[in-house]
Design a protein around this ligand. Structure first.
Ligand code: GLY
Length: 378
């Protein structure tokens, strides 16, 4: 059921401009929102098989109600579906269904589905339209917005893909009610990121209201998702292809990626959890470099820990941790050059910037210090 008009965030990208609608009950109104942007009333919904069980029925009914012809394809849940293998299966399926240039794909699921379907849309018939219907907090505030699409290969994650903007994003906050708390928290780390990188006022709002967001309070959620999407839209409008400013969206990701690599990109550490802890480490490095007041680091860590995210090595399942190994992962990630690493750092809550030349020894010392720290001590 709709709970009133959604909040709309426009992404102003000239001919590739689109809207992000955020609110309660949007899947049940999907046809109404999609119809005006479709080239023809035909859509193929590609859904995460687990999400399909919960939400495909409502989406299909909404498309019927708007007289949009539709088929559905389900994809196994999990990161393994972001592969050439799955893409090939999906492309054959789409071509056998005789898609046309005017057919629109609809991605129903989290970041894996959005990335896979977005990439399929980018290359099918040399590019067709797609609509994002993200069903996790993380995908609503990050991956469904901005047009990055990709699959993984044995050489690394997201190394094969395309920039392909969706025609529309429908972020139905009701679907988050069925999201496991751990996934909600993982998405929340990306929400907090927008406060830390560019909006001290939003961070302060989260310090008061973050628990409500994580608990699924409808109004708080819409505000948090909309503010996050607005922040991301502004960055993407200024730097769609990540030639500068967009890099700041990767705050926490250099450390985070190393943590994920060390835990084998497994469920031991979810991407959002790694990013949250990575932000704490990036802030710690910023303090060590004399850039960020220690009080801002304390605020960031206290807030993330307060909502229930891991913020210390002692919180993480895998032990022992080695600074050496984590730095090695950064090297393999091609982030290390001539003894220096590229990092997004902060001058305090609300100010992030890219530093291309952080000496590797400094990053290593910060990791060693954090590993040595005992749980509960600052
Ligand atoms: N997730 C970072 C970006 O979209 O640029």
């Amino acid at each position: 059921m709709s709970a009133g008009a959604p909040t709309t965030v426009p992404v102003a990208l000239d001919r590739r401009a689109y809207d992000i609608h955020i609110g309660s009950g949007l899947i049940g109104e999907a046809g109404r929102w999609m119809r005006p942007v479709l080239k023809a009333p035909r859509a193929i919904v590609i859904a995460d098989a687990a999400v399909a069980k919960l939400h495909l029925g409502a989406l299909a009914a909404a498309l019927d109600a708007a007289a949009i012809a539709h088929d559905a394809i389900t994809v196994p849940p999990g990161e393994a579906s972001k592969s050439f293998h799955r893409l090939e299966i999906l492309m054959s399926d789409l071509l056998r269904r005789r898609i046309e240039r005017s057919t629109t794909l609809v991605a129903l699921g989290g970041g894996v589905i959005g990335d896979l379907v977005g990439f399929a849309a980018a290359i099918a018939l040399r590019g067709i339209d797609f609509v994002q219907v993200p069903t996790t907090l993380l995908s609503q505030v990050d991956s469904s917005v901005g047009g990055k699409t990709a699959i993984n290969t044995p050489e690394g994650k997201n190394l094969v893909g395309a920039f392909h903007q969706p025609r529309l994003v429908l972020a139905d906050t009701d679907v988050l009610k069925t999201l496991p708390r751990r996934e909600m928290l993982a998405g929340y780390a990306e929400v907090a990121k927008y406060g830390v990188i560019g909006d001290a006022g939003f961070f302060a709002w989260l310090e008061t209201n973050g628990a409500k967001v994580v608990d699924g309070d409808a109004q708080a959620l819409v505000h948090a998702v909309a503010t996050s999407c607005r922040a991301k839209a502004k960055v993407v409008e200024a730097d769609e292809r990540e030639e500068g400013l967009r890099e700041t969206l990767n705050f926490g990701h250099t450390f985070g990626h190393a943590l994920e690599a060390e835990t084998g990109f497994s469920d031991a550490l979810l991407h959002g959890e790694a990013v949250g802890f990575g932000m704490v480490l990036a802030a710690r490095l910023s303090v060590a470099r004399g850039l960020c007041p220690a009080g801002d680091f304390d605020r960031l860590r206290a807030h993330l820990a307060g909502v229930g995210l891991p913020t210390r090595f002692a919180d993480l399942p895998q032990n022992p941790w080695s600074a050496e190994r984590l730095i090695d992962h950064m090297g393999r990630d091609k982030k290390v050059r001539d003894g220096r690493v590229r990092f997004v750092l902060t001058r305090g809550i609300g100010t992030a910037f890219t530093a291309a030349d952080v000496p590797i020894a400094e990053a290593k010392a910060v990791l060693a210090g954090a590993i040595a720290e005992r749980a509960g001590n600052a």
